[in-house]
Design a protein around this ligand. Structure first.
Ligand code: URA
Length: 208
């Protein structure tokens, strides 16, 4: 499938509230969590399901459920944390994995500091990272995840740059990218423009 733009006016409204420099950290964390939860129906399409016989208050019948145990949510620390909270509200039975990746502010080269991933072999991975900028973080994450033999990987980004999309689509044609907005460009400091600024700082330190 490649790139899937999530085109929904309420999700866009929340994204544009995140863009607003006057939105405080506490509200930003809620918005990122809400947006991530609202995107889950899109990311859930095509996930494996099973039919279970249950009793409703009125009758017994066969009903479809997602195989939550086949899903692994991988969160890029730290900005992906509120995304994980939202995704776990939709898929509480999924496993979670964590990757701490930081970009050097001068060279823009990403470095992996910590990796704690559950068993991924044969499972469906949903990678959660609010910004797809140069694609460096994505590549490091895919090196960790890909080595563990996932069945399929899809990723959710709130904002992406055209360069980031181009780079990761070329390198990882089998990964499905779900993006709310592809913004205009990437500046020389590696920030997406107009973007949302440094999302990690805005979410957790209150710096603008
Ligand atoms: N990371 C951010 O926090 N913001 C950007 O614009 C790009 C990467």
């Amino acid at each position: 499938m490649g790139l899937r733009l999530i085109d929904n006016p309420l999700i866009r409204h929340k994204l544009n509230t995140i863009r607003d420099i006057s939105t405080p950290s506490e509200r930003l964390r809620c918005l990122v969590e809400e947006i991530s939860l609202m995107c889950m129906p899109y990311l859930g399409e095509g996930l494996p399901t099973h039919v279970r016989r249950i009793r409703t208050p009125l009758m017994e019948g066969d009903f479809e459920f997602i195989d939550e145990g086949s899903i692994v949510l991988v969160c890029i620390l730290r900005a992906g944390l509120p995304m994980l909270s939202g995704a776990l509200k939709a898929l509480p039975g999924a496993s979670s994995g964590f990757l701490a990746i930081k970009r050097d502010e001068k060279s823009l080269i990403s470095k992996l500091y910590y990796s704690r991933l559950p068993n991924i072999k044969g499972r469906y991975v949903i990678l959660l990272d609010p910004m797809l900028a140069t694609g460096g973080t994505f590549q490091l994450a895919m090196e960790e995840i890909g080595a563990l033999g996932p069945r399929h990987v899809r990723s959710l980004h709130i904002v992406a740059s055209p360069q980031g999309i181009e780079e990761v689509s070329r390198k990882y044609p089998d990964v499905d990218l779900y993006v709310i907005s592809v913004d205009e460009s990437l500046n020389s400091m590696g920030y997406i423009v107009p973007g949302v600024g440094d999302i990690g700082d805005r979410l957790f330190t209150g710096n603008l």
